[in-house]
Design a protein. Sequence first.
Length: 230
Amino acid sequence: MIVDDNQDIRELVCQLLEADGYSASAAVDGEDMWQKLAEEKPDIILLDVMLPGLDGFELCRQLCADPNMPSVIMLTAKDEEIDRVVGLELGADDYIVKPFGRRELIARIKAVLRRVKSGNAQVSKGVYSFAGMSFKPNQMEIFDTTGTSIPLSTSETQLLLTFVQYPRVPLSRDRLLDLTKGRNSTPFDRSIDSHVSRLRRKLGDDGKKPEIIKTSWGTGYIFTCHVEAQ
């Protein structure tokens, strides 16, 4: 699903996707998007940043707060680092800067689909307990010390699953890439620190003095907790 208020862009992207064998639909803004999502379930939402009403960042936040929602690729007309970082920290799987070509668009869509498929294949049906919390990968959520459910995005689930499977082992960024999404994951590569930062916040881990996911200087990160798997 392409969400963009520019009719020419909507029609062009839909034509490009359909020419490559994908089914495509379009929405003009957030309200239109939510109405269509009640009737259809796309694999990916191509979400423009500049939209009338709620902008793409706010819509991305709402989408990524629900683990049952599709993956999100942000579309931005500005090649500004802050725009990319904000979108990725909100949970977007990737971003594309306008103007973009057909080959880049299709390549990024395929990369996100591969990561989602890979992530679904590796998700464990068990429960991992650590620091008074419970992690259920198959449900993509954490239960904190009060029993409150905290939803996780696909990227956060994969990252946390890697950490709990390798507790107290220093993991370099390259190793985390190999264990989570593989070398096809370019956007994860350039945003791994953002994913760790967002995961720390959901775990209640102080970003300035983290105790659960510590920075292993010169290496990467280390998950410090004792983990019990059920």
